[in-house]
Ligand binder design. Structure first.
Ligand code: PGA
Length: 242
């Protein structure tokens, strides 16, 4: 596991965007595994700016997203499809038909999850998977206690995740209670992993991810077993590591 320490969120975003940009330049037909959340917003901004400057071409890129709320429409501004459109897809020359987010509008969970997993397999797997990390160590919506072998599946969100997401909704009662998420098994099959984290509220989870025992209680700790992981995090998020 390689850890890149940055002084703040801006530097974290630039460094992480640089890694994704290098992937796009070196392998223009890459399959990028993408993530939503407040952490990657800055790096998507950086990628959009690089595209604007003519430094990146997304015309042969495919993307697959980690997760999506179940029972949310794509035009709901809290859906992860909406987030991706807003922060990246509408800003670069990626072909819409090459972007895949689990289908939150599909009520049949098995069907939605199998379809997402099938897309990843058909594309030949994920070249690099971007991840944020939850305060409780979750990756995607793989909450503590998750099984490491899981593929894309439907999960009930924990109270702590619902509470953390409530800031994006009018009230906590409006936060969806279920989501479709790539499983740990899906994530671990990505050739490379890029995990981004900032802020002191992530420090404990990041410490347990990198330095604690590998345990389903801290889902991100499984990344210690992956051969190619880069963590880009600011000083605050790494404050428990020294
Ligand atoms: P955040 O979420 O980037 O909004 O902090 C990360 C996550 O929960 O995976």
């Amino acid at each position: 596991m390689k850890i890149i320490r940055t002084k703040d969120y801006g530097e974290m975003s630039r460094r992480a965007a640089g890694i994704l940009a290098a992937q796009v330049i070196l392998k223009p037909d890459s399959v990028l595994g993408l993530a939503t959340g407040s952490t990657p917003e800055g790096l998507y901004r950086e990628l959009a700016e690089m595209y604007e400057r003519g430094e990146l071409d997304f015309s042969d890129i495919h993307t697959v997203n980690l997760d999506e709320y179940r029972g949310i429409s794509t035009d709901n501004d809290q859906s992860y499809r909406f987030f991706m459109q807003k922060h990246l897809f509408s800003k670069v020359n990626i072909r819409p038909e090459c972007t895949f987010v689990p289908n939150g509008e599909e009520a049949d969970a098995e069907k939605a999850c199998a379809a997402h997993e099938a897309v990843i397999k058909k594309l030949g797997g994920i070249d690099i998977q971007l991840l944020g990390i939850g305060n409780n160590g979750h990756i995607g919506f793989n909450e503590p206690g998750t099984e490491f072998v899981n593929e894309t599946h439907c999960v009930a969100l924990t109270e702590s995740t619902i509470a953390a997401n409530a800031r994006f909704f009018a009230s906590v009662s409006e936060v969806p209670k279920e989501a479709y998420t790539m499983g740990i098994g899906t994530i671990m099959r990505a050739k490379k992993i890029l995990l981004v984290a900032n802020g002191e509220q992530k420090a404990e989870a990041l410490y347990r991810t990198c330095c604690g025992p590998v345990t389903p209680e801290v889902p991100a700790s499984v990344l210690q077993l992956h051969p190619n992981v880069t963590v880009v995090a600011d000083e605050a998020a790494l404050s428990k590591m020294v």
